[in-house]
Design a binder for this molecule. Structure first.
Ligand code: NAD
Length: 393
């Protein structure tokens, strides 16, 4: 930023009070008349980001926002340094008015940090899933939380279908065998199945869960089930022939494949634990691209190692980046397969990055010009939840 924040000249508060209309948008700035501090926590893209400009969600490419933000006179601080009291995240959160984060390299905005963030008015998640932000604390502090709803739901749904297929068909060990120079078909085929005729159930049937079931239709599964406190509209359920099961234990006990597609909140943290896993069919597969902490780390690793689960796959981890010794990196079923884990990238394809970068800019523009936000993007409005997806309240 070249024109500074105004804060240093001691004028910021005055300007602020002069230019904010008193109606609606509590705390929004207006008209580009003042400069504000925008802090973004993104992941380091390194060489890849220098070579590929469409890697927008990186520290290098900055969601494509810098030229515009700077031309409007705003200060834009971008860093990947997010852990611990000496991190740039913790240093700059004190003054920032706008925080941009992504679920892929989450800047964990805890209640403690919110207490220190004296100017913070709006958190924007470039992507979908704002569980790395303490939403309850934001409600209390009247900090808005928005995400780019829908921006990567097809990206994730495709990844779920891929992961279901690679687990059911035992793909990963088969490919590893080929790279090793071996050829022993029976070793692979002894645990390879068809998706046709299987029962698939989703925990959470919102935008992603629904799209997963929709994409499974041509595979002629035996049944498509869902567990969600929100009922699908009748026409939507009919269109995919999905059946709602009101009890989670009952649903998982009927499934060959369970996929998790609910946000992480108080009601889903640790939902798939040792107790629930007991109700899974022996040899079922579990796919989770929602959030790592919805599944209990040790219980899942145990279930795969014992063969109670034939496999587990997904891209989300309870802590990100995942530590080198995280059991999900290397867990295998007794026959040496059943691991479909990758780093968190299902929702960050280049197609998805274009959409959430655009969406982030739109939210910022609305904020700066005091325009209403698209309602579907608002997770926490001023002082209250605006969505039912993060728990029944
Ligand atoms: P959505 O809001 O459209 O749907 C979420 C659904 O989950 C809703 O229908 C809600 O009622 C349901 N739900 C909430 N709590 C539940 C519970 N306790 N039990 C059963 N159902 C419950 O959201 P979406 O766009 O489908 O995204 C879902 C989640 O997927 C996000 O919150 C995010 O955590 C995750 N996600 C991951 C990636 C990735 O890259 N891996 C990308 C996008 C989203």
């Amino acid at each position: 930023g070249t024109s500074g924040t105004g804060r240093s000249e001691g004028t910021r508060v005055d300007e602020y009070e002069m230019t904010v209309p008193s109606d609606q948008n509590d705390g929004a700035s207006s008209g580009g008349l003042l400069s504000l501090e925008v802090l973004a926590i993104l992941y380091k893209g390194g060489e890849a980001a220098e070579q590929e400009a469409r890697l927008l969600g990186t520290v290098e490419n900055q969601l494509g926002l810098r030229p515009w933000l700077e031309s409007e006179g705003h200060e834009f601080i971008v860093t990947d340094d997010k852990e611990g009291p000496d991190s740039l995240f913790q240093k700059h959160i004190v003054d920032a008015e706008v925080l941009i984060t992504t679920p892929f390299h989450p800047g964990y905005l805890t209640r403690d940090l919110i207490d220190k963030a004296k100017n913070l008015k709006i958190c924007i998640t470039a992507g979908v899933g704002s569980d790395h932000v303490d939403l309850n604390a934001c409600v209390e502090r009247k900090i808005q939380v928005l995400e780019v709803t829908g921006s990567n739901v097809v990206s994730v749904a495709e990844h779920v279908v891929m992961t279901i297929l690679l687990l059911v068909r035992n793909f990963v060990p088969a490919h590893e065998m080929i790279e090793r120079g071996d050829w022993q078909v029976s070793q692979i085929a002894r645990q390879a199945f068809d998706l046709e005729g299987k029962v698939v159930g989703t925990i959470g049937c919102g935008r992603i869960g629904y799209r997963v079931l929709q994409r499974l239709m041509p595979f002629d599964c035996k049944e498509l089930l869902y567990f969600d406190y929100a009922d699908l509209p009748e026409h939507a359920a009919k269109a995919i022939k999905a059946r709602r099961v009101a009890d989670l234990k009952e649903m998982v006990s009927q499934c060959d494949i369970v996929t998790v597609n609910a946000p992480l909140h108080e009601g889903t943290r640790g939902l798939v634990n040792a107790d629930l896993l007991k109700h899974f069919k022996k040899g079922a597969w579990l796919v989770n691209t929602a959030r790592g902490a919805i599944c209990d780390r040790e219980a899942v690793a145990e279930a795969v190692k014992s063969g109670h689960l034939a496999g587990y796959g997904g891209d989300v981890w309870n802590v990100q980046p995942a530590p080198k010794d995280h059991p999900w990196r290397t867990m295998k079923n007794p026959l040496g397969g059943g691991n479909g884990m990758v780093p968190h990238y299902s929702g960050t394809t280049l197609d998805a990055q274009a959409r959430y970068a655009n969406g982030t800019r739109l939210i910022l523009e609305n904020y700066l010009t005091n325009k209403p936000q698209p309602p579907e993007h608002v997770i926490v409005g001023v002082g209250k939840y605006e969505t039912k997806a993060y728990g029944q309240r």
